[in-house]
Write a protein that binds this ligand. Structure first.
Ligand SMILES: [Mn+2]
Length: 312
């Protein structure tokens, strides 16, 4: 498995120096990097970033759009065509930067496309504008994976692309080979989705382009350490990632605030290994047979077996 983690966790203390962060990534055993665009690349041309990555034996997983100040009333779906056009241009730039650095995935989280009040937006206008915008990005960079990361709320009270269901509708309407989805575990818990369910459905469709792993209690985007709140759900999600041979980097979208970022990442890596070893020890076939039996008590016995298999 390939792993990446959140650069901003390492920017919390100490100098905001990308070389220092890459040093620490290499040291803890990460293989990949996700860069927020533009915030992590300001002042660093793509060729120079590629050299920095190479020097640390790291690969770019991809770039992730961050729409900031100008876009508080909407990103790609902004009602103002000038602002929507600027958001689209930012996506094109993120594609170019990603490609030059050797990455293959551009993740788009539309944090400001949504609403706070009833009667505030025209839902179908936003839907149509988003479909056109995603078609434009997909056609601009047909060699890259363009991936929608959905989140139910925050920044807005209601996000527009808020669920696996709405994301699936957008994928169908956009109808492009290179458009897929990034599943963020906490975002799914916030919407009372089961992470494994979307992993199964988008995984079978070949549309799983990114995984943001973390943990939480469902109300907020807690960004807790892997496996610390809902480990059974994490195990189930991992089962499906293995089933569909997910081979992109898994990105730890966790927010160590009090904890040391490197120690926190080391836990995440260790927990992934523990869970993966447990799944391998019990075996995909056995787990699939339990699912096929559609029996809650058999599922409970399987969970006990997976727990017993940990660290064996
Ligand atoms: Mn995320």
């Amino acid at each position: 498995m390939k792993f990446a983690t959140r650069i901003n966790s390492y920017y919390r203390t100490g100098e905001k120096n990308i070389d220092r962060v890459f040093d620490q990534f290499q040291h803890v055993g990460l293989t990949h990097v996700d860069l927020n665009y533009p915030e992590h690349v300001v002042g660093i041309p793509a060729e120079e970033m590629k050299d920095k990555l190479d020097a640390h034996a790291l690969k770019l997983n991809g770039t992730a759009l961050r729409f900031r100040s100008d876009f508080i009333n909407g990103d790609l779906g902004n009602q103002d065509p000038t602002l929507a056009g600027e958001a689209l241009k930012l996506c094109y730039e993120a594609c170019d930067y990603c490609r030059t650095c050797g990455g293959d995935t551009v993740t788009i989280w539309l944090g400001h496309d949504g609403f706070d009040y009833s009667f505030q937006i025209d839902y179908t206008r936003v839907f149509d504008n988003l479909v056109k915008a995603f078609q434009a990005v997909c056609d601009y960079a047909p060699d890259l994976h363009i991936s929608i990361e959905y989140k139910p709320y925050e920044e807005r009270s209601y996000a527009y692309i808020d669920t696996m269901g709405l994301t699936g509708m957008i994928l169908n309407a956009v109808d492009r080979e290179n458009l897929g989805v990034t599943l963020d575990y906490c975002h799914m818990l916030m919407k009372h989705e089961n992470p494994a369910m979307a992993t199964d459905i988008f995984g079978r469709a070949g549309k799983l382009y990114g995984i943001h792993l973390n943990d939480g209690y469902g109300v907020m985007d807690d960004g807790l350490m892997i496996g610390m709140a809902t480990p059974v759900k994490t195990l189930e999600m991992l089962f499906y990632l293995k089933k569909y041979a997910f081979d992109h980097a898994i990105y730890f979208d966790t927010f160590p605030i009090i904890e040391d970022a490197e120690g926190e990442c080391a836990h995440n890596l260790a927990m992934m290994k523990l869970m993966n070893d447990s799944l391998e020890s019990v075996g995909q076939e056995k787990i699939q047979s339990v699912i096929d039996a559609n029996d809650a008590l058999a599922a409970a016995a399987l969970v006990r077996e997976l727990f017993c298999a940990m660290g064996r």
